[in-house]
Write a protein that binds this ligand. Sequence first.
Ligand code: MIC
Ligand code: SF4
Length: 645
Amino acid sequence: MGLTIAQKILLAHLTDGKLGKGLEIGLKIDQTLTQDATGTMAYLEFEAMGVEQVRTEKSVAYIDHNTLQSGFENADDHRFIASCAKKHGIYFSRPGNGICHQVHLERFAKPGKTLIGSDSHTPTAGGIGSLAIGAGGLDVAVAMGGGAYYITTPEMVRINLTGKLRPWVAAKDVILEILRLLSVKGGVGKIIEYGGEGVQTLSVPERATITNMGAELGATTSIFPSDEITRKFLRAQGREEDWEELLPDPDAVYDETYEIDLSSLVPMAACPHSPDNVKTIRELGELKVDQVCIGSCTNSSLLDMMKVAFILRGKTCHPDVSLSIAPGSKQVLGMMADLGLLSNLIGAGARILESACGPCIGMGQSPNSKGVSLRTFNRNFLGRSGTKDAGVYLVSPEVAAISALTGYLTDPSEVLGEMPDFVLPEKFSVNDNMITPPASPEEAVSVEILRGPNIKPYPQTAPLADSISAPCSLKVEDNITTDHIMPAGSKILPLRSNIPEISKHCFTVCDEGFPARALEMGQSIIVGGANYGQGSSREHAALAPLYLGVKAVVVKSFARIHRSNLINAGILPLTFVNEADYDKIDQGDELELANVKAVIRADGQLILKNKTKNCDIPVHYDLTGRAKDILMAGGLLEYTRENLK
Ligand code: MIC
Ligand code: SF4
């Protein structure tokens, strides 16, 4: 039987287990990346493991999220990460060098390699044929220490692309169409592989836009073949030697196959407050726009900026619109200056932001009250922009740029006429002077780790108790995101290295009183709906509940990364055997998991007793042997420490 691209890479990196539906596999990880908002924890965890030098082929620490420095906290974190990188053999991408995924694609990602990153959009590198997976910080720390990364063998999905995008229809519209078809939980437990002759019409940055937003499908990752187009991109980046051809076998078998005719697509938008709430621009009709933000790891490549600059050239942005643009990397920004594109943006009145995540993670540019904001980003969850009553629409750079001029949501294919051929340069300008290499192992011994007062240790974990008796501290609905559980934004992100402080904001988007209530209860259980924990990889969405005494989370279904973050933190993830039992629990009910440890050890049926309503609710735990051991040990950190001894 032939193999898919992903299966070839998985097999070449298999350290434990074997590929098969539902089976857990351990993978050797070639590359890791961290960013600053998850990085401080990841490096604290790495330090706690006691490994001196990373054991990967390449590990890179990026600073791109917490770049607003309105206090000492973020700057201290940057310094801490820089010193950890220097000491432990990690390349350090300085603030200003760009968004981790954009820079990694340009400078480090390689076809055929495995990459895990403490950021859910790590699959961006799938655009170049890397098997790139988002993970919790602790998983990344373990991989840096040379440990395997464990996942359940994903199902293989093939998306066949045929035809060619029509003028002013973009890669963003391809992934929006797929989100419309499959929804935000359609990719859970799956790897999405792109193929078909339509692939030949997409450049690497366009492919990366598509794999980037595979995260919004909940997919384990997404991947494109590595072909002549990939080779050309790598050559232009001065690293053709990193290229290898990577194609599926002609008789590869997929669990599901979908067809998308690129020539049938039209410009689209994901409407508030979910990336799968997709409508065509035409369907949305006349919508007055207050703000346009162009950038983020989804759409900040040079190609995106070339299109934006073309649309804005010689024009002025609408008087009622605030337009901000953040080119994705120093390379992109520098080339825009060299090619004269930057002056087109400046001339049109764009507010040029530094090459960082910026507004995407609520670091500035919050919209006005009830504002309509068009963003080329990947997430429009409630409140993420910093303005709870704003309506955020996710669109392509083409839609964003033309709408910034007209002041209304505008379909570029209806007004822009002929589209020039936007061709990527034969050679990108390469200057890695903002990437600091690590110290040599000999020099590393004397490198001092620089810690600020806001950096607090990893919270206390506890081995799984014999029985858990605790009230339900919170009951939430379907599709709860990690932005609900642990909100981000400019006020909260500086607390990412301080779990006791950041915990005060846990779930406050849903219920202001949750942190104090949970602390008062001492220990408690959270109840939720389907796709619980979708979105970001932030392990803070598990560490804050851990700190607040949450012992178990019982839901209809989980998103992948969050579920493993719960296990890593020593919190028991449970699902209802009968989804309707969700209705049998109310907030405040007294719950009990009697003999939980023994039942799980013996693979028995676990019962959640609702003592208040006097009923028994069967629940699944669905844990591999390793996951059980992690929970028994009190989390992955303890487990790894024990296993390293
Ligand atoms: C995001 O887009 O939500 C983030 C911020 O990049 C997160 C990581 C984090 O919360 O630090 C992600 O996608 O994993
Ligand atoms: Fe940064 Fe936004 Fe991309 Fe997350 S989604 S890595 S916050 S640009």
